[in-house]
Design a binder for this molecule. Structure first.
Ligand SMILES: Nc1nc2c(ncn2[C@@H]2O[C@H](COP(=O)(O)OP(=O)(O)OP(=O)(O)O)[C@@H](O)[C@H]2O)c(=O)[nH]1
Ligand SMILES: [Mg+2]
Length: 385
């Protein structure tokens, strides 16, 4: 009996010890690899339920940890369009130093001989004013100096300033027609050669108009490249404007323009801005395409502005291309871009003469707010330094 009791006790001790060992071991199971989780926001040390181990395999160790993208800070509020050119005039002055300093150097002489007048003319031509307008400006200035007996650099500069402003046309109507017509939005069509800055202008203009309280919709009628609609979409996201785009590359640009305006009417937008492709194929092709876009829009709304975007750095070549666009569609205004990167601001005079329409807007950089209504006085004052 005693042996039996001893045997039972021994067995019980062995069982308890073995079980304890098992219990103690259980927590030492190799730890499950961390579940692919919400990343740093997950509280440290939170154990995933066992099912999670099998349901969602861990990512390979080489993958970077998943992090939540930081929410993009909203861009600062856009300043009103009015007064922007004065605010950005430093960009003009910087880019026009060649022109300004040559002229100032010449005008600072006490009396101007024929050679100096020729140099002034050359400086104007070098600034893309155009040969005929430069000749005319210098003739006028010479006469004024003689007739009025003007002396001294300050006075001659003052005369040249007035002549340049007169040549640009201080009284031209440069206002943008962007007021809605009852339940129909105003429509702005943006045209121009590749790379002149059309899409950028669409974005900047949308932002400026939105800052003035307008609801703006963008139409991606540049269907030539898939990336074009993406670029406009990026601008739309940056400036808070919805973008109407085709669902495939190579779609009919006129039908995208139609959809954009239709959507604009449905959403009661104030302005629809339509971006177009810039490739310069044949004049006939261009006429067909732009003409069709315009006609199709006009089935539902008025095209209030057709703005031709012109890169100020492209000089006479840009001017030739602008002429082709002007023959293809009735331009209502010019947007002269990249005036921050050129000493050839004289193109303002040449292009207005050439196309007979005013420069309405100036592009003065790549930033969100680097678009300004064109003001002849501020412009001339800045380029003369
Ligand atoms: N410095 C400067 N750069 C500008 C200005 N406007 C546009 N750009 C730049 O010019 C380049 C072309 O601009 P886009 O808006 O893509 O030109 P686009 O006419 O739409 O070009 P396509 O769609 O290819 O026909 C971009 O790098 C712009 O940032 C400006 O006023 N100043
Ligand atoms: Mg573009």
């Amino acid at each position: 009996m005693l042996y039996l009791i001893i045997a039972i006790v021994v067995v019980a001790v062995i069982l308890v010890a073995g079980g304890g060992t098992l219990l103690l071991r259980r927590p030492r199971r190799p730890a499950a690899p961390p579940a692919p989780g919400p990343g740093p926001s997950a509280p440290a040390g939170t154990a995933a339920p066992p099912e999670a181990d099998t349901a969602a395999p861990a990512p390979p160790a080489t993958l970077p940890p998943v992090t939540e993208p930081a929410p993009a800070a909203p861009p600062p509020a856009a300043p009103p369009l009015e007064g922007r050119m004065a605010r950005l005039r430093g960009r003009l002055a910087r880019s026009q130093t060649g022109f300004g300093s040559v002229l100032l150097g010449l005008l600072s002489r006490d009396s101007l001989a024929d050679a100096e007048w020729e140099e002034i003319e050359d400086a104007l031509i070098a600034a893309d004013v155009g040969v005929a307008p430069a000749r005319q400006l210098v003739d006028e200035l010479q006469t004024q100096v003689k007739v009025a007996g003007v002396h001294g650099p300050g006075e001659v500069r003052g005369l040249l300033k007035q002549d340049l402003i007169g040549e640009i046309g201080p009284d031209q109507d440069r206002s943008l027609r962007v007021a809605a017509h009852g339940d129909r939005p105003a429509v702005v069509l943006i045209v121009g050669v590749n790379g002149t800055g059309k899409t950028t202008v669409c974005g900047k203009l949308a932002r400026a108009l939105a800052a003035d309280g307008a609801t703006v919709l963008l139409g991606a009628a540049d269907t030539f490249r898939a990336a074009a609609a993406d670029q406009l979409q990026t601008w739309g996201d940056r400036v808070g404007a919805r973008v109407v785009r085709a669902d495939r590359e190579g779609a009919d640009p006129a039908s995208v323009a139609f959809d954009a305006v239709q959507q604009g009417i449905a959403e009661r937008a104030d302005v629809v801005i339509v971006d177009t492709a810039g490739r310069l194929h044949t004049k006939a092709g261009l006429m067909d395409e732009l003409g069709k876009i315009k006609r199709v829009i006009e089935r539902q709304a008025t095209v209030d502005e057709v703005l031709l975007v012109l890169d100020a750095t492209t000089g006479q070549n840009g001017l030739r291309q602008a002429r082709v666009f002007a023959e293809a569609v009735d331009i209502t205004g010019i947007v002269l871009t990249k005036l921050d990167g050129t000493a050839k601001g004289g193109i303002v005079i040449a292009v207005q003469r050439e196309l007979g329409v005013p420069v309405k807007l100036a592009g003065l950089g790549e930033g969100l707010d680097d678009l300004a209504p064109f003001e002849p006085e501020t412009f001339v004052d800045a380029i003369l330094g």
